[in-house]
Design a protein around this ligand. Sequence first.
Ligand code: SF4
Ligand code: SF4
Length: 107
Amino acid sequence: MSKWDVSDINQWKSDQFPRGAVIPTGGNSDEYVTGGWRSERPYRDDDKCTQCLLCWVFCPDTSAMVKDQKVYDFDLEHCKGCGICAHECPADAIEMVPEGCELPGVK
Ligand code: SF4
Ligand code: SF4
């Protein structure tokens, strides 16, 4: 068995996983809730948002969700909370809020 043979990965015990990520196939992170790494989440103010879609362009995790050419939410199962969307938003419509805090304007 080669060092990188992961054909029986479904039977691995936790102590068999090497340090670091295990990526047996390209794009497989879509199958996991990788948003659990996040300490802050993006909050988008719909009143400020101009729907320029730059947050969708810049998000490295494809977590800005778009329908009918409009951003309507963030995929919090995969958003890592990096804050790039908030940094790049030209309308200052995205605020990064700590996980566990109430969202601005939401009671
Ligand atoms: S970058 Fe800002 S203004 Fe543009 S769509 Fe995203 S939230 Fe809206
Ligand atoms: S915080 Fe980072 S990962 Fe999350 S939506 Fe914004 S750019 Fe994407």
